[in-house]
Design a protein around this ligand. Sequence first.
Ligand code: SAM
Length: 311
Amino acid sequence: MDTSGIRRIVRNIIRPLKPWQRIPTMLHPNELRNLHDRAKEVKGAGLIADLGTWLGGSTGALAAGISANDSPATAKVKVHAYDLFLVDDFSKEQKLIPEIQLLNIGDSFLPTFLKHMAPWKDRVEAHQGDLTQQQWVGGPIELMHVDIMKNWDLTNHVSSAFYPHLIPGRSIIIHQDFAHYWTGWIHLHLYRLRNYLEPVQHVPHTSSFVFRLRTAIPAEALNRKVSPDDLDPTEVAAAFDWSRSIMPKDAVQRFTIDAAEAMLCYHLGDKARCAALTKKATEAETEFKRQYPDHIGRSELRLVQRFVDKG
Ligand SMILES: C[S@@+](CC[C@H](N)C(=O)[O-])C[C@H]1O[C@@H](n2cnc3c(N)ncnc32)[C@H](O)[C@@H]1O
């Protein structure tokens, strides 16, 4: 009997995790692996930006990747990690992180982040504070991980203050909030820039989507704000259609894009449309599951349903 397959599975289960895989993180292992491998592949044309690092899971993966990069041109490339580094309700609820339990809401967890970064301390620089008040350190950005587009203002600030430093034809941008139910504005932001961005890859089973900057984006496009006060329903519908169109057909996360569209209606106060879109998408997801019985996971429509149920 050929047991090589079983041995490989057992080896994978018992293989010890690398230090960058042991940092507490909100990311899926596939997302960490993607960040690690992309940093390992950069050519040294610019720095790495990690916008929204929390306790350092994403930064650790990027830092380990750049440390494993063989190219001499990358020897001085650093990961610049931006965050408030302040304990909030969510961090406090993570009972498995004892150091955070000793802190109060509003305290800085920067020391914990720095402790996690110890193996790569020469490759990481932390920037603490509200991102909307911060600027990029300067110089080109070859790889940018964006896990911070949590509201309209943050989205606009990343666009105007960080995107201008990306390198046309080379830079990779990873949008962690792409298939997240809360962050509908991201689809409008990306749709307006779609002619400059090449969709590269949906990171399987996650909310992350990888883009490459095709050509330089004019400043006026980057400075044009997405705003609840400046929405054209036709453009909004086209934006979500575009995002759905770049997702793999068998990825259940495509329904999280529907969830984001429904949630955007909720954010804008149109609860009836939110409920109608959620119902339609939930039916479509049920049909999808019949069509793709081997798919893994489920979308975040159920999280929007909770808002619908609350009324
Ligand atoms: C989803 S978490 C990042 C998860 C992280 N990438 C990981 O690997 O676990 C988003 C982070 O954005 C940060 N954040 C939210 N609003 C911010 C702001 N206005 N300025 C700076 N950081 C902010 C939060 O503190 C939080 O750590």
